[in-house]
Ligand binder design. Structure first.
Ligand SMILES: Nc1ncnc2c1ncn2[C@@H]1O[C@H](COP(=O)(O)OP(=O)(O)OP(=O)(O)O)[C@@H](O)[C@H]1O
Ligand SMILES: [Mg+2]
Length: 245
């Protein structure tokens, strides 16, 4: 699903050059469920944004679902994003003026689907996340966990092959976080590839594969080999890891 070779992303500002992704290979197969961990500033969001075609990369190659996405223009990238990828963010990113139904409808608007077909899909997605009874509520009328479930429904409604979730449980208590993880598992069971960024090692252990970023470098270890203290997000979480030149 994701095949990156020597992938590089460099942020340049006036004074510093940050190698946010400093040239690594990453292969994530179709149907995998992968947790991405690493200290703050290690490049997790950058990796997700590059993987999701929200951000361009500066070197290396990236094959997404068999398609070389290195040289696509903006329109081609939006098309692939809309067709193949569902995003979930820490802050839910729902549109406050739209009710639950219309929020979930957003990704479908760009497709040439008839209203009836859209309704069917939206209802199906809301059923998956257990929010059928909240279909006409507005985001402000929902709990945080429910809002995130709407965001999950919005991510899956277009039946993407890949779900990218950037700390989707970061604003939720542990019970709600586990519910979101249950949902992602369920979606993964239906065949969708899932990559989730999390700072919570316990949540991460629920996924079969965990990968780590450290200063823009990828560490992909089997569970038994993992040098736990090095990647303890509590210890390393706020440290400026000196990756900026
Ligand atoms: N737009 C930008 N311009 C310049 N530097 C950036 C930009 N976005 C990110 N960076 C830098 O790239 C590095 C990686 O950032 P990124 O947001 O990917 O980290 P992260 O692992 O997601 O961190 P967190 O856990 O805090 O969300 C950081 O050093 C950050 O300062
Ligand atoms: Mg981040």
């Amino acid at each position: 699903m994701i095949n990156m070779q020597n992938i590089q992303k460099i942020y340049r500002t006036e004074h510093v050059e940050t190698h946010a992704l400093s040239g690594f290979n990453l292969n994530i197969g179709s149907g995998e469920f992968v947790s991405l961990m690493g200290p703050s500033g290690s490049g997790k969001t950058t990796l997700l944004n590059v993987a999701g075609l929200l951000d361009a990369f500066d070197g290396g190659s990236y094959i997404l679902d068999g398609e070389d996405v290195s040289r696509l223009n903006d329109r081609q990238m939006s098309r692939i994003r809309n067709e193949k990828i569902g995003f979930i963010f820490q802050s839910f990113n729902l549109i406050p003026d739209l009710n639950v139904f219309d929020n979930v409808d957003v990704p479908l608007r760009y497709r040439g689907l008839a209203a009836g077909a859209r309704r069917e899909r939206i209802e199906e997605a809301l059923e998956i996340v257990g929010l059928t009874s909240r279909i006409s509520h507005y985001p402000a009328q929902l709990s945080g966990g429910q809002q995130q479930r709407v965001a999950v429904a919005r991510a899956v409604v277009g039946t993407p092959k890949l779900i990218l979730a950037d700390e989707p449980t970061g604003n939720l208590d542990s019970a709600m976080a586990n519910e979101i993880m249950d949902l992602l598992e369920k979606i993964n069971d239906l065949g969708t590839t899932v990559v989730i960024v999390t700072h919570d090692p316990e949540l991460a252990t629920r996924s079969p594969r965990q990968i780590y970023l450290l200063d823009g470098r990828l560490v992909d270890l089997e569970k038994d080999e993992r040098p736990a203290p090095l990647y303890n997000p509590v210890e390393n979480g706020t440290a400026d890891n000196g990756m900026s030149a």
